[in-house]
Design a binder for this molecule. Sequence first.
Ligand SMILES: [Zn+2]
Length: 312
Amino acid sequence: MIRTILNILFIAALVLVLIAVINHASNPVIGTKKIKIITTLYPLYDFAKKIGQDKAEVTLLLPPNVSAHNFEPKPSDIVKINQADIFIYTGRFMEPWAEKIIKSISNKNLVVVDASIGIKLMSAIYHDEDEPIGSTDPHIWLDFNNDKTIIQTITHSIVEKDKVNAGYYMKNADLYKAELSALDKNYIKSLSSCKSNEIIYAGHYAFGYMADQYDLKYVAAQGVSPDAEPTPKDLIHLIKQIKKNKIKYIFYDNLSSPKIALTLSKETHTSLLHLNPAHNISKKDYLNNKTSFLSIMQDNLDNLKIGLECSQ
Ligand SMILES: [Zn+2]
């Protein structure tokens, strides 16, 4: 009799263990396990980290210092994506390789997030000869309102994986959105008090969304991708414009060749200021963990205030 009872208890325990294993396999983030998130670019990485905090393990796919525009994932990156709970990319114009990888993924539980969903894309208005007419500007994160939409999209994907902590993620997202609103107010206040409203950028056309948002004129030496070198004709046109408008400062892009910025600065006797499009982060900043998307955007505002001669 006792033996029969023991047998029944043993079978019951076995069934419970099996149920637990099956549940765990279908929803890998139940319990104390962190949600595994892979993002392509730095802004998405920073957003996901701030929303997920200690409940998420966020990985930046792009190695520090690597240019986002010519990045191609390695087979080991594809394995990483396949093992994640959530994969977040900017959109098909920034990462044309992403769609092919998504199709090849065998992990049925992976939630794929196209961060450009719900965002009105701007057309790439400055064209290099090799950029097809009708191409779209992929730098959607350089508009703080777009960032709020992206944060919302990322939060939904995390909640889908961990409904129990939905309130926690939504609170973190609201805090980030409030910081973006405060920064946006500072941009509006400062950029409406400047002598100049013209950004001359010795780099690729990355700040189109920001220029549109704050009613700035924006001229870049290259198109939406930093790969193509500007033609001598483009450079002569920029030099003429800098001289004609008596521009004192020009801005440079850490992703493009410093040769363009140095040539323009030398030819026009202008000073150089850094304007960081934040696609990626340097190794030093990645390791010291003090830099954030918001701090990069604050540094940009500080330099814009100098370069455009703003009083506030
Ligand atoms: Zn870019």
